[in-house]
Write a protein that binds this ligand. Sequence first.
Ligand code: NI
Length: 390
Amino acid sequence: MPIVNRFHDLAEEITAWRRDIHQNPEILYEVTRTAAFVAEQLRAFGVDSVETGVGRTGVVGVIKGRGTSRHVIGLRADMDALPMTENTGAPWASKVPGKMHACGHDGHTAMLLGAAKYLADTRNFDGTVVVIFQPAEEGGAGAKAMIDDGLITRYGIERVFGMHNLPGMPVGTFGIRPGAMMASADRLRISVEGVGGHAARPHLSRDPIVAASAIVMAAQTIVSRNADPLEAAVLSVTMFNAGSADNIIPQKAELRGTVRTLKPEMRDIMETRLAEVVAQVGAAYGVRAELEYRRDYPVTVNDEVEAHHAADIAARVVGEQNVTRNIVPTMGGEDFSFMLNTVPGAFIFAGVGENVANLHNEAYDFNDELIPVGCSYWATLVETTLPRAA
Ligand code: NI
């Protein structure tokens, strides 16, 4: 089963939705216009039920197939944009300064809507499909909010599937792997308080800048000295804020950054060692140093069986030679991980073109050529996972 023919016919309409969403980007949980559009379309398709306001602004549609199967699968798309200014020059470029769809969630939403339209129309499956449109993937844990709101239990979802576009891979290719596919993403904030004073008389102060600098350097040894060299870990300090003048040693300094790992054990090591380094280095410099470590997104772990299943589906759509079944994991984070921690499932990368700008770049624009491929993946996944009796 290659590209589902219906999607060649629907591509123009789905592209128009995608560009409309693109022009009107909304961030985090503020995706009210997008959610209203999604709900309105789902109702127009004649799906069996539509619920809004799940996890604050998420939308859930239910499509029942023909037959008696009680099996339920969930398909998930994210709706939110990013707080950055677009620089694509596209006719459908963002109309909102400081907000843009730089991660292709506009495309994800449009493709899942397209699949929902096809599935509601054809119902060539036996069981129930729950289409999930979530807010706040970018740093707001919208997937967790929907789960906390009862998404999985209320709809009886047994398996869940997600897809993300990936620049650098041609359209018509997919990449996936069993096990860890994307990293855990945690935030760190380190406050260092010393004693401020005149820069000419350092002996009368406790310099938080020197102490914080030592903490940054010592923290770099956690990856090189405490982490197993065969396991992945990243610790990046990305903000260093302190001071107000050339001749003042400040009272405080603040560091912020991110920690990424591919295994829960590594995540524990990073958190434990960082707390020790912060406290002990701070003590060595005579300042008070405190770590606030916030666990944000867990590791995105594909179920073994479901990852093979998803790869088989992708191979049906684009051919086995176009599916990488053991793609290298990325250290990016993804809140679909919360869903995969709740029920088995799989997250897959869909190539969006080799000449498409990187995700989160101001020049990025979702490539609409992916629409028939992505929609076909969803439709084929449903018709294969929930087959009608022969
Ligand atoms: Ni994304």
